[in-house]
Design a protein around this ligand. Structure first.
Ligand code: TYM
Length: 330
C-alpha cells in the first residue's frame, strides 16, 4: 500500500493555494493510500512568534483540515510536536545533509535575508522537514510547487544515508498537481499566494465570507489585452492565467477549454466567483460547526499521534542502529 506524508504550517489561515496545491490531494489520497498529515508546529517557531497566537492558529488549522475533509478513520492527522521522534531523527538528518545544501535553500534566503539575528532553526528547518518525511517511509509527498527543493533534499538525504549505513529509508517522490500547484496572488500575479503576503487582498481564504471572495476576485489584477486565452508561457498574462488555473483546478476542465467560453474578464471573474464560492460552501459550514464545538479536538489528535508514533518509532530505531548507536536495554 502506498504511504503518504505531508505537512502544513500553523502560521495563518488556510488559503486557496494551500487547498488546491496540497490539501485537496490529501483528501483524495486518504481514500486509497495509508496517509499521515502533520501540522508542523515545530516549524512555526523558526521565525518570531507569539505563543498564544500559535496555540490558536494550531487549533484553527486542525479544525480547518477536518472541515476540508480529512478524516481520522481514513488518514491520521497529528501535531508534529506530539511525536518526539521528529526532533530525534532531525538531528540525524542535520548530520546527513550538508551546510552547503542548507545554504542553497531558497526559502532560507527569502526569509533570512542575510540577517544575523534570524533563528538558527530557520537555517536547519529543511533537515527537520526531511525527518518529517523519512520517519514515515513515505512513498509520496503531496505538496505544491514551492516545496520541490525541499523534496529534492529529502531524496538526497535518504539516498546518502542508505548508501552510507544500509537500506533504512524509502526514497520519497513529490506528488505535485498538474494544475493548482502554484496559485498566484490576485493583486500581484508574479508572486505566489502566500500567508506571509503584506496585504490579504490577493489571498482567498478557504473559509472566507462569500461576499469578500467575490470582491477580491472582481478586483483581481488582469491586463489590458482584453482577450480570455490561456497563455501560460506569457508572463504578462499571469493574472488571467491564474484565474483560469484556479477555475480549472476546481472545475476539472482544462484552462484552455474554460477560456474558450469567455469573451470578457468581467464574466470570467463573475462565474469563477460562483464556482469558488459554491465549492467552498460546505467546508465553511462544517468549519463553523467545529468552531462552536472544539471539545473533540484533543481526542482526535491523540488518535493521530498514537498511530504516527508507532510508525515513527520503528523507523527511528532502525536509523539509530544503522548509524552506529548502541541499543538501550529495554
Ligand atoms: P506551507 O505551510 O507553506 O504550505 C502547505 C502546503 O501548501 C502548498 N502551498 C501552495 N500550493 C499552491 N499554490 C500556493 N500559492 C501555495 N502556497 C502553499 C505548499 O506547497 C504545501 O504543500 N515546509 C512546508 C511544511 C512541511 C512539510 C513537511 C510538507 C513541513 N514538513 C513534510 C511536506 C512534508 C511548508 O512550509 O508548507
Amino acid at each position: 500500500m502506498t504511504r503518504i506524508l505531508s505537512g502544513i504550517q500553523p502560521s495563518g489561515q488556510i488559503h486557496l493555494g494551500n487547498y488546491l496545491g496540497a490539501i485537496k490531494n490529501w483528501v483524495e489520497e486518504q481514500e486509497t493510500a495509508e496517509s499521515f498529515y502533520t501540522v508542523v508546529d515545530l516549524h512555526a517557531i523558526t521565525v518570531e512568534h507569539n505563543p498564544e497566537a500559535l496555540r490558536r492558529s494550531t487549533q484553527e488549522l486542525v479544525m480547518g483540515l477536518f472541515a476540508l475533509g480529512l478524516d481520522q478513520s481514513k488518514s491520521k492527522t497529528f501535531l508534529q510536536s506530539h511525536v518526539a521522534q521528529h526532533c530525534q531523527l532531525s538531528w540525524l538528518m542535520e548530520c546527513t545533509v550538508t551546510f552547503g545544501e542548507l545554504n542553497r535553500m531558497t526559502q532560507f534566503k527569502d526569509k533570512g535575508k542575510g540577517d544575523e539575528k534570524v533563528r538558527a532553526g530557520l537555517f536547519t528547518y529543511p533537515a527537520l522537514m526531511v525527518a518529517d518525511i523519512l520517519l514515515y517511509q513515505a512513498d509520496k509527498v503531496p505538496v505544491g510547487d514551492d516545496q520541490k527543493q525541499h523534496l529534492e533534499l529529502a531524496r538526497t538525504a535518504a539516498q546518502r544515508f542508505n548508501n552510507a549505513y544500509g537500506d533504512v529509508f524509502v526514497v520519497p517522490s513529490p506528488m505535485i498537481p498538474s494544475i493548482g500547484a502554484r496559485v498566484m496572488d490576485l493583486q500581484d500575479p508574479t508572486r505566489k499566494m502566500s500567508k506571509s503576503s503584506a496585504s490579504d487582498a490577493g489571498l482567498i481564504y478557504v473559509f472566507e465570507e462569500p461576499e469578500s471572495i467575490q470582491k477580491k476576485l472582481r478586483k483581481a489584477v488582469t491586463d489590458a489585452e482584453g482577450r480570455v486565452e490561456y497563455e501560460p508561457n506569457i508572463p504578462e498574462r499571469a493574472g488571467v492565467n491564474n484565474l483560469l488555473e484556479i477555475y480549472s483546478a476546481i472545475d476539472g476542465r482544462s484552462p484552455t477549454e474554460i477560456a474558450s467560453e469567455y469573451t470578457s474578464y468581467g464574466s470570467l471573474k463573475s462565474d469563477l466567483s460562483e464556482v469558488v464560492i459554491s465549492h467552498l460552501a460546505p467546508f465553511r459550514k462544517r468549519y463553523h460547526e467545529y468552531l462552536t464545538d472544539p471539545s473533540e479536538l484533543g481526542r482526535q489528535l491523540k488518535i493521530g499521534s498514537d498511530a504516527a508514533q508507532e510508525v515513527a518509532q520503528k523507523t527511528l530505531e532502525s536509523a539509530m542502529s544503522a548509524i552506529g548507536f548502541l541499543k538501550p536495554i529495554p
